[in-house]
Design a protein around this ligand. Structure first.
Ligand code: 0O2
Length: 221
């Protein structure tokens, strides 16, 4: 984003945070609208729930240190993609791609980067679909494009990721081999479960469709 001119670093920081916060509101509204419309047309919610957060100053500083960059507002805006983050939890894997596609198709949304950890899981077993997008935010005298990281995953993927996150921090990234192996096994079970649930849901849809045809036949006879 092109930063408007600010008077000092503290003012600048506050205004940048306002922009990230506004971007979260924009994207959350877009998602609520898509979910409501989908519910109206298809009688179900593709989105189970949504959480959003602004990255804590400590996490931002840690990431900047890790990347070996000087901690300035300009660098944060330029190099940290997930200051504003949204996590979308879906029931089925097919919903993930549907939601990602609906977001990407919006004309004011720019997709800057996609990481498909569902097609290509991380070696530890992590699966999720990540998008870095930018959305326009209109201020009184200017418009800025603000980056938002969107993570889309199923309930089961989210369950796994939160436990893995806890374990990662508990062992500071050096979990014992046995725990890492068991986590990977759990990730395989998650993937199997998601696949099985999706297949079952598709079957139920066929039954519902056949029921509807029978009902029409009865009405017409
Ligand atoms: P937190 O606390 O969630 O904010 P890039 O954005 O492309 O410049 P980055 O940040 O490595 O580079 O991107 P990536 O790989 O898309 O990962 C970003 C976020 O995905 C992480 O943010 C986590 O939230 C999540 N994530 C990625 N890999 C894992 C994993 O192995 N396990 C779990 N539980 N989550 C993961 P942060 O900043 O690490 O943390």
């Amino acid at each position: 984003m092109d930063l408007p001119m600010f008077y000092n670093e503290e003012d600048e920081w506050r205004k940048v945070m306002l922009m990230y916060d506004s971007a979260l509101k924009e994207v959350n509204t877009k998602l609520e609208i898509l979910n409501e419309e989908f519910k109206l047309n298809h009688q179900y919610n593709p989105i189970e729930h949504i959480t959003s957060r602004i990255k804590s100053p400590q996490s931002i500083a840690k990431k900047m240190r890790h990347n070996g960059r000087e901690l300035t507002v300009e660098n944060i805006v330029k190099y940290i993609n997930d200051v504003a983050g949204i996590r979308i939890i879906c029931s089925f894997t097919s919903d993930i791609y549907r939601i990602a596609d609906l977001i990407a198709k919006q004309s004011d949304v720019q997709v800057l980067k996609v990481k498909d950890y569902i097609m290509f899981p991380k070696p530890n077993g992590y699966t999720s679909y990540h998008m870095i997008i930018s959305v326009p935010i209109y201020l009184s005298s200017t418009m800025v494009n603000v980056k938002v990281e969107i993570q889309i995953r199923t309930i089961a993927m989210d369950f796994w990721a939160s436990l893995e996150h806890k374990i990662y921090y508990k062992f500071e990234g050096n979990a014992p081999e046995r725990i890492r192996k068991e986590l990977k096994e759990c990730a395989d079970i998650v993937s199997y479960l998601d696949h099985k649930m999706l297949t079952l849901n598709e079957e139920i849809k066929i039954y519902n469709h056949e029921d509807e045809i029978e009902q029409y036949k009865e009405i017409l006879s």
